[in-house]
Design a protein around this ligand. Structure first.
Ligand code: CUA
Length: 204
């Protein structure tokens, strides 16, 4: 069997230097146009679709992130639910939520109509933040601090479901977010967003 080796000193065999056939040009044009459509979809989903929200992104490590979570817990703890602290950070503050096998900590008590920066990070493997029953989904990665600007526009007791398979206890990984109405009805600037998803998108 004869094996050819290319030295780079001779021209390779083929016809690639000849002008492309009309159909080839057509297909390259179609493929390029479609790439541009998909490229345009990214900002479009951000502004029109309430997806790919911008926010604060930073590198972190599990130890320092967990330290930050505990600092917030120590500062704003208002109670406990089965050993998991309940925190009520003030409107406008940075809120830290940690995902770990197989729980979310702490439980967040937020105020309707107030803006928060919700930080998400994992202390071990990849988890998924899914706010039930609202259609809000984010990947929670270890090593990354993902800060979302959120304005809860609906009061209630919500559940955070993990939507990335993370191990044997994946299905038990349920967290809690409590959204309360503001203390006085007079000073309640309505967020006027049609949904929390839109508030998360926000076009920021
Ligand atoms: Cu965490 Cu699945």
């Amino acid at each position: 069997m004869h094996t050819e080796t290319h030295t780079g000193l001779e021209s390779p065999k083929g016809v690639w230097w000849q002008p492309a056939h009309a159909t080839e040009k057509l297909w390259v044009t179609i493929a390029f146009a479609w790439c541009m459509v998909l490229f345009a979809m990214m900002p479009l989903w951000h502004w029109k679709g309430g997806q790919n929200p911008s926010g604060v992104r930073a590198r972190t490590d599990p130890q320092s992130y967990y330290k930050r979570v505990n600092e917030m817990v120590a500062q704003y703890r208002v109670g406990d639910d089965k050993g998991i602290p309940i925190v009520a950070p003030p409107p406008g503050s940075d809120v830290y939520l940690a995902a770990m096998t197989f729980q979310w900590t702490p439980i967040l008590k937020l105020q309707k109509g107030a803006e928060y920066t919700l930080h998400l990070s994992s202390l071990d493997v990849v988890h998924g933040f899914s706010l039930y029953p609202i259609n809000v989904n984010f990947m929670v990665l270890p090593g990354y601090d993902y800060g979302l600007r959120v304005t809860p526009n609906e009061s209630g007791d919500f559940r955070i479901i993990c939507n990335e398979f993370c191990g044997i206890g994946h299905h038990t990984m349920v967290g809690r977010v409590i959204v309360e109405d503001p203390p006085t009805s007079a000073a309640a600037p309505s967020a006027a967003h049609p949904s929390l998803t839109a508030a998360l998108g926000g076009g920021r």
